[in-house]
Each structure stands twice: as C-alpha cells, then as structure tokens.
Design a binder for this molecule. Sequence first.
Ligand code: TYM
Length: 338
Amino acid sequence: MSGYQGPMRVLSGIQPSGGMHLGNYLGAIRKFVDLQHEYECYYCVVDMHAITTWQDPAKLRDQTFHIAASYLAAGVDPKVATIFHQSGVRAHAELAWIFNCVARLGWLDRMTQFKDKAGKDKERASVGLYTYPVLQAADILVYKATHVPVGEDQKQHLELSRDIAAKFNHDFKALDFLPLPEPLIKGPGARIMSLRDGTAKMSKSDPSENACVFLTDEPDVIARKIKKAKTDPNPLPEAAAGLAVRPEAANLVGIYAALSGKSDDEVLAEFGGQGFGVFKPALADLVVEKIAPIGAELKRLEADPDFLQGVLADGAERAAAIADPTIAKVKEIVGFLV
Ligand code: TYM
C-alpha cells in the first residue's frame, strides 16, 4: 500500500499520430472533461511518443494542433486544466532517462503493445518504441500524478508505471516520494472496437476507413460508416448476457450505451428483439448528435493554429512549474550534482 501524501493529480496524454476517433473520445477525452473540475489536471499531446514510429515532420505540427483542438472541442477548459505538448517540458525526457535505468529489460519484454506495433520485424523497430512505456511513466510521475484516465489498452503500461515508481522509491530509499498512479479505466467506452471487426480495437491505423469514426467525419459519413458496420443476422438480445458471443453486436450496443449514459441492459430493454435495420439508424443519429458538434468545433479551432500554439505554450509553462522541481529533487535523490 502506498502511503503517498501529496496532492491528487491527473495526467493523461494522446499521441499526435493521426485523426482522433470515437475510441479516443470515449476511452479518454470524455473522462478528461469530467475530471477537470474534480482534480488538478494535466493533459499532454505526446509528440515524443508519436515519433517512436515515423512521422512526417510537416504533418506532426498539424497533428499536434489537432489533438490540442480535440481536447478543447470536447470541453476541456485550458484555464482549468493544463493542456501542453510533451516536448515543451524538458523534464519528461530527463526523467525518462533515469527511469530507463530503473526499469528492467524483463519488464519491457512483456509489453504487448510493443509486440503488436513492432510486428514480426522487431529488429527494425526504433529503440524508442521499445522504451516507450518508460517515457509514459516519466510523463505521469514527473507531475506525481495519482490518477491516469485511459482506455483499456493502456492497462499494462500503467502497471509498469506503478512498478517503476515502487522500484525508484525502494532503490533510492525515498519512501513514498513517488505515488503509485491509479489507472482510471472503468466505465462504458473503455474499449471501443473496429466497426469492421468486433474483435479488433478501433484504431486510427486500421487500413479500412469504415472501421473507425473520426471526430471530424461529416454527419453523412458517420451515418454511412454505422450503417455499413459489420453485424450478425440475428435480432438484438433482450439482455446484455446475450451479447457474450456476438462481438459486433456487443460493440454497437456498447457505443450506444456509452453515448447515451445508459447501461447495455437499458439499451437492450429498448431495442431487444429488433433487427439492426432499426438499431443502426438510431445509433447513427445518436453518434451524429454527440460527435458532429465536437467535430465542427474541432475544425473551427484547427483553422486558428496561432491560438492553439498560445494555449500549448502557456500550458507548457504551467506544466514545467510542476515538473521542474520534481526532476530537480530526483537528480538530488539519484546523486547527481545539483
Ligand atoms: P493513444 O494515443 O494510442 O490513445 C489515446 C487514448 O485513447 C484510448 N484509446 C481507446 N479507448 C477505447 N477504445 C479504443 N478503441 C481506444 N483507442 C485508443 C487510449 O487508451 C488512450 O487513453 N500510450 C498512450 C499515450 C500516453 C499516455 C501517457 C497516456 C503517453 N503518455 C501518460 C496516459 C498517461 C497512447 O498510446 O495513447
């Protein structure tokens, strides 16, 4: 049990490596909005993580603005929460190096996201991709964040962050210096699946453009993607237990539940026994109602990069004011000259 006594803080991040989609929104950004009035919150655009796979430099800048605009469009208030770009706060990289010397090779060898992303040809993956979760631990712990809202796919990385914090505290006899951060994963929308395959995560890198609803999709595109979503031929079950072996149906019901604030059972009380010919148009209407206004605002904000640059620069300054004292103390603890 951690006896950490510091303030409760939230940190999370999203990679500027492509368009924001419904999974990012439901798994992460929506939680960012809800948490901002409860905790001191830091929301990062993790550009240093993005370059662990190739990013065209000319596009990276726009993608960074895209993520910042998504935070704002969804309702994160930059006066309440701190929105910034990771490369704008040097302490992330400094702490990541020290954590590289704390984390063990065996721990990183178990990371499933590296295996998924590196594929068969892992010899050609960047070293950064391998050590990616260590930088993620630094992102969190340089703010001594106690809570981290993420989707289900980040669970293993969060466990690694806790292991790194615990080993640092133990090895340097710095009892409770770093908190053991708690993942905030639970809730509907933690794992949104592809619209083309209910067993694969919705992902911006999916080769099928119909697999993923992007926040910037126009209403007619959203409706078309939902109507084309893969399903099975049976009507919807009367209760959630009937979704167990029907991944595509479970995913669509889950999206409806997450966006409407209802449980799967409540959704099925309304639509159970009906076919997808009835359910899909209702789902398409709901997704358009909830997502299209965010997409429109996102596009409006993206058209003003100077404004977004100002938000990020201001955020980076505020973030550094918290991160710099942490890294200074870490250097002292490790025995570096101060
Ligand atoms: P990234 O950029 O891949 O995804 C951003 C957030 O979206 C969530 N997410 C999903 N949630 C539900 N269903 C999906 N299909 C789905 N796809 C993505 C992710 O869980 C994530 O919360 N490693 C992180 C970025 C990161 C970070 C951090 C997160 C870097 N440093 C520090 C938290 C704290 C990532 O790759 O996210």
